[in-house]
Ligand binder design. Sequence first.
Ligand SMILES: Cc1ncc(COP(=O)(O)O)c(C=O)c1O
Length: 356
Amino acid sequence: KEIISFGVGDPDLPTPEHIVKACCEAAKKPENHRYPSYEGMLEFREAVAERCKRDYGLSLDPEREIIALIGSKEGIHNFPFAFVNPGDYVLYPDPGYPVYKTSAIFACAKPYAMPLKKENNFLPDLDKIPSEVARKAKIMWINYPNNPTSAIATKDFYREVIDFAQDYNIIVASDEAYSKMTFDDYKAPSFLEVEGAYEVGIVFDSLSKTYNMTGWRIAYAFGNEKIVNGLKKVKTNVDSGVSQIIQEAAIVALTSSQDCIRETLKIYQTRRDLLYSGLRELGLKCEKPKATFYLWVEVPEGKGSIEFATELLDKAGVVCTPGVGFGEHGEGFVRFALTQNEEKIKKALKKMREVM
Ligand SMILES: Cc1ncc(COP(=O)(O)O)c(C=O)c1O
């Protein structure tokens, strides 16, 4: 039986040709066959600085305020090791990208879940964090545009986060892996654009989703010099940097025309509209996402998210991810990733219609 999977957030579209070509050229250069620098090539960090200037109006020092990462997952994992002592709290969104919680545990910190609830537009309610937890917290993870809920954040929310972080002396780590994956003329602000963010914050961004480069493993972090430097110190002891071959391709991705992103987004937007209206016709509730390539869909009343996902798989051959897989507060939802083409989406909807 045919299985159509909306399970994994891995783009099915290829990396744009000009980026692949740059990689092939870079592979021929002997200087790229040696160990790279820990913090990334200066040219790569300059390309990131230029991108941040154009996209957010930020003026970053590429030498001290930007670091290359072997995918943002690597940076997210290593980050707590720079800043927590055993027993400190790490605040993380639930549902959320699982690595925030597991990296806290690896670093002997105590993960503390901030529930993302529908009635609060999937933003954490900072007033609900007990002050004794906040006082012992070192890091707060935020992630907008959000995986898995596809929620977006306003600058007002970011201002609240900055106030909270200043009150309790907490580092804000803003994971912006989906910052460029936006629809309907929506443009996602960066946390670092907001006044006061630099004092408390670091941003993680990635080429994975923006340029269909999940398999290349390249990302970057930017922000407060001291915070960036903490991460750099940990990494110096853990890995030996991103391959220069990949960095050279990434420079081309960041500095050449961004039309390829627009092309990709057009495809995702068509898929989004198709899947969204199809699921609504089936009586399922979800918001039409302004960003990310996820649909966060409410499970029909009386069912659990694992039960519903299993039913869809068994009866219709359609894979979605149970919300509870992203944390206990993800219960009641399932996530669909827009990583199937239109034909497959139509087929999946037809099969679902037959069994629901
Ligand atoms: C919210 C979020 N952050 C980070 C990552 C990791 O991305 P990468 O390591 O490919 O940069 C993902 C991947 O799915 C993600 O969903």
